[in-house]
Design a protein around this ligand. Structure first.
Ligand SMILES: Nc1ncnc2c1ncn2[C@@H]1O[C@H](COP(=O)(O)OP(=O)(O)OP(=O)(O)O)[C@@H](O)[C@H]1O
Length: 222
């Protein structure tokens, strides 16, 4: 089976001239459907940067990145934005729900973007039920617990049934129980055939991974 995430020789620097720092220096990452990969590494080694590049939130200086056979590098901003909206689900440490919309509306909005799958609304409602969020569906993010907010964020990430799920410290802001539930949901996302990549500091998160990679000296190593 071909890798659904195929990133090869990724290079990324920040800063200019003498202040320039090469954060990624030939990093490669290949993830297959159904697989959970955890990325560990010291603070500032470039874990989030790698995740952002794989997700098309930023562009590498060199190297190639493809998601489900579609290039992320060297495509127009418009094509990249469509790829991000329909092929990739993002989960962040601080949830990033829109504060003025209910949990349910956050999920449904993500299912109404251009290029979204036609059954996204029905899927969103099913996810709200499956993730135990029905009773709080109408609440605003600030009225929800961290665990509830993250479950809405996961429902939002899954509403377009993307083949790739990217999570940046998804349990970093949660207590142990809510964190365990989030990890179970990410694992379940992989069981449905998605490629899941998670940046984490927590060993419990690495425990659910099929593979653990470490970012060191600009590369991902086993
Ligand atoms: N947009 C940016 N502009 C300038 N420097 C940046 C930018 N994004 C990241 N960096 C720098 O690149 C390095 C790697 O950052 P990154 O957030 O990827 O690390 P990380 O491994 O995820 O760290 P942490 O575990 O602390 O979250 C850091 O030195 C950071 O300051």
């Amino acid at each position: 089976m071909p890798a659904v995430i195929a990133a090869t020789g990724v290079v990324k620097s920040f800063g200019e001239g003498r202040a320039a720092r090469r954060v990624l220096d030939g990093a490669s990452l290949h993830v297959h459907p159904g697989e959970v990969v955890a990325i560990l590494g010291r603070s500032g080694t470039g874990k989030s940067t790698m995740l952002h590049l794989v997700g098309g939130l930023d562009r590498p200086d060199a190297g190639s990145i493809a998601i489900a056979g579609e290039s992320v590098t060297g495509v127009s901003e418009r094509a990249l934005s469509r790829l991000r909206r329909t092929r990739i689900g993002f989960v962040f440490q601080f949830f990033h729900l829109l504060p003025e919309l209910s949990g349910e509306a956050n999920v449904l909005l993500a299912g109404r973007v251009r290029g979204a799958s036609p059954d996204a609304a029905a899927r969103g409602q099913a996810l709200i039920d499956q993730l135990g969020l029905r009773e709080v569906a109408g609440s605003l993010p600030h009225q929800l617990s961290g665990g509830e907010q993250q479950r809405f964020a996961i429902a939002r990430a899954l509403v377009n049934d993307p083949p790739v799920l990217l999570a940046d410290e998804p349990t970093g802001n949660l207590d142990t129980r809510a964190g365990a539930e989030v990890l179970r949901l990410l694992r379940a996302g992989a069981e449905e055939g998605r490629a899941v990549v998670m940046v984490t500091h927590e060993s419990a998160a690495a425990d659910i991974a099929d593979r653990v990679l470490t970012l060191r000296d600009g590369r991902l190593v086993p």
